[in-house]
Design a protein around this ligand. Structure first.
Ligand code: IPM
Ligand code: MG
Length: 358
């Protein structure tokens, strides 16, 4: 099979971790007899510096015409003072919108060998296997916004908006995913305060009726944040709106040991978009110490969801687990003085993919 992808390394540690993900994809493709074709383009701050646009036309065109997009990270302190439409993050939001990827899947799995990295006690975190299904094209991220008035007396407005159709399609996706998992959807909202959440709850309940085999519970986001640290194993599939999902998924990263491990897939549109959930981590950039596993595992999700290559995706995931089981650690995983570098981790996973028995 021909696997044509566009990579958008972006800013900070983005290029370093993406390079390792591409290496792992390359050895996996080779091992299984596929042809991998990679086109690299700019996004975010990197694109601002070359073309004064965080999502250049050329990047969008390449993304839309490829089989999948693998993104590193965007943003950094150098761009803090840029006007909102010229911030690196706005390039990513536009890309999500142009691709039409409304469903952001963020799996967080606790691995036995990494339990000690969780700030939670091992017996609390053991067995955690959560899939956060985050709505990605609505809510506060895409509502009208403005800052009005004079300095000293200005008013800032961000609008949270959801249409029934937007809620319905993400709910359907979450129920379908839950049917393949442990048959439980927890829908997270703030229906005691927000109209958006009241509509959310109503629509999710309605969609749930089409999936009688899947249990549905509703939780307020504050209670969900608490439960995620006190009883993380009680969650299976968490369905939530854009900003709540952004917040809860970072929290889930900490719960299972490191944000550096978590991949994501954004689906439902023309082309799938895959990115680690961590940011550009400017403080780690350029030192070869960032953990590339979130990006590597995003590559596995890319093979699974955009190319239906389940065995290939599984080979990458097993290789990552084996490397960790052997005790190899990047700095964020508590490697200390024996930490493996970003590239070293890419080497280890690649070797495992090549030598593993299928
Ligand atoms: C994420 C990130 C992005 C988001 C930022 C970089 C715009 O935090 O993917 O979680 O908020 O969606
Ligand atoms: Mg985030």
């Amino acid at each position: 099979m021909r696997i044509e992808i566009t990579t958008l390394p972006g800013d900070g540690i983005g290029p370093e971790v993406t390079a390792q993900a591409v290496r792992v994809l390359r050895v996996t493709a080779e091992r299984f007899g596929h042809q991998l074709e990679v086109t690299e383009k700019n996004i975010g701050g990197a694109a601002l510096l070359t073309s004064n646009d965080p999502l250049p036309q050329d990047t969008l065109r390449a993304s839309l015409s490829s089989g999948a997009v693998l993104l590193g990270a965007v943003g950094g302190p150098a761009f803090d003072a840029y006007p909102p439409h010229l911030r690196p993050e706005s390039g990513l939001l536009r890309l999500r919108k142009e691709l039409g990827v409304f469903a952001n899947l963020r799996p967080a799995l606790s691995l036995r060998q990494l339990e000690s990295l969780s700030p939670l006690r091992a017996e609390v975190v053991r067995g955690t296997d959560v899939l956060i299904v985050r709505e990605l094209l609505g809510g506060l991220y895409f509502g009208d916004r403005s800052i009005r008035g004079e300095p000293g007396g200005r008013t800032a407005i961000d609008t949270m908006m959801y249409q029934e159709g937007q809620i319905e399609r993400i709910a359907r996706m979450a129920f379908e995913l839950a049917s393949q998992r442990r048959q439980h959807v927890t829908s997270v909202d703030k229906a005691n305060v927000l109209d958006c959440s009241r509509l959310w709850r109503e629509v999710v309940t309605r969609v749930g009726k089409d999936f009688p085999q899947v249990a549905l519970s509703h939780m307020y986001v504050d209670a969900a944040a608490m439960a995620l640290v006190s009883h993380p194993t009680e969650f299976d599939t968490v369905l939530t709106e854009n900003m709540f999902g952004d917040i809860l998924s970072d929290q889930a990263g900490a719960v299972v040991g490191s944000l550096g491990l978590l991949p994501s897939a954004s689906l439902g549109g023309k082309v799938g978009l895959y990115e680690p959930i961590h940011g550009s981590a400017p403080n780690l950039a350029g030192q070869g110490i960032a953990n590339p596993l979130g990006a590597v595992l995003s590559g596995a999700m890319l093979l699974r969801h955009s190319f239906q290559l389940e065995a290939e995706a599984g080979a990458i995931e097993s290789a990552v687990q084996e490397v960790l089981a052997f005790g190899h650690r990047t700095r964020d995983l508590g490697g200390g003085e024996n930490s493996v570098s970003t590239e070293g981790m890419g080497d280890l996973v690649s070797e495992r993919v090549i030598t593993a028995r299928t």
